[in-house]
Design a protein around this ligand. Structure first.
Ligand SMILES: C[S@@+](CC[C@H](N)C(=O)[O-])C[C@H]1O[C@@H](n2cnc3c(N)ncnc32)[C@H](O)[C@@H]1O
Length: 277
């Protein structure tokens, strides 16, 4: 197959991705081409002699088709996503870790030394792995109802050399009361918001990781009801959707956590609700 300059290949891809209605066509095209060529994004921009040729031509066409026609998220196409200091493998078995979820890790950085922490609904393992990476003194476990997600989380832990225990469980059912802190980015999208989600999310991310009943709070209510019956956890921290923090704060108080606060993300949204007792 004939080669073309990286610059021309990028221009064509940006046009196709923009025409499909994607929000960040230049960034997406650069990430896809950098991945196909095995170079950094910086090199794509500065190296005027870079050429797309041979097998890379077809590979890039295929990646651009997946992004523009099928609206697959870039992270699934390239197979990985950065989260805090880690590069995590991701695929459609798991939710793609979001930047706002880094706040949940930040909140947990101030936990006391050596405590035992559970990340409920761990998905790719993002929260548990990033926290263990930054606070090696903590004992970390990650749980999920999805065996498929746990397989990927486990593989991420092994590849990164970060030690986390993995548990399959429906929220806290069957999980021993041995955790000092419970963290979770649970599914919290209301069923009624389904039609407002971007096609990248709706068509490609696991529904089990997204939706939680009519108001989005079914999993959080069930989790806090379980936490209320346990004596050990002194801290609970949950990521929530925009506008959910007051209701979740109230559920935490009812669950026996009198000190409740909400931490805002970079967009100013109350994103992580923290309860302490
Ligand atoms: C929003 S995703 C979060 C994934 C990951 N923690 C992150 O932040 O990127 C929610 C996760 O909760 C899991 N999940 C959904 N219902 C669950 C349940 N009842 N018990 C345990 N995990 C559940 C899903 O499989 C999914 O991996």
């Amino acid at each position: 197959m004939r080669g073309t300059s990286a610059r021309d290949a990028l221009d064509g891809a940006i046009t196709a991705i923009a025409a499909a209605g994607c929000e960040t066509p230049r960034l997406d095209a650069e990430l896809l081409l950098a991945d196909v060529l095995g170079v950094s994004r910086e090199r794509l921009i500065v190296d005027r002699d870079l050429v797309v040729e041979g097998l890379a031509v077809r590979a890039f066409q295929n990646a651009v088709r997946r992004r523009s026609v099928e609206r697959e998220p870039v992270a699934y196409i390239v197979g990985h996503r950065g989260f805090r200091r880690l590069d995590l493998a991701v695929d459609p078995r798991v939710l793609i870790p979001r930047p706002e979820t880094e706040l949940l890790v930040e909140v947990a950085l101030s936990l006391p030394r050596g405590v035992h922490v559970l990340d409920v609904g761990t998905g790719s393992g993002a929260v548990a792995l990033a926290l263990k990476d930054e606070r090696p003194d903590l004992l970390l476990a990650g749980s999920d109802i999805s065996e498929d997600a746990l397989a990927l989380a486990r593989a991420n832990g092994e590849r990164l050399g970060v030690e986390v225990e993995w548990l399959r469980a429906d929220l806290l059912s069957g999980v021993p009361d041995e955790f000092d802190a419970i963290l979770s980015n649970p599914p919290y999208v209301a069923e009624s918001a389904r039609s407002s989600l971007a096609p990248e999310i709706l068509r490609h991310e696991p529904p089990q990781a997204l939706f939680s009943g009519p108001d989005g709070l079914v999993a959080i209510r069930a989790l806090l009801a379980q936490v209320a019956t346990r004596g050990r956890a002194a801290t609970v921290a949950l990521e929530v959707g925009a506008g959910q923090a007051p209701a979740v704060g109230e559920l935490m108080r009812v669950a026996g956590f009198p000190a409740v606060r909400a931490e805002r993300d970079l967009a100013g949204i109350e994103r992580v609700v923290v309860g302490e007792r």
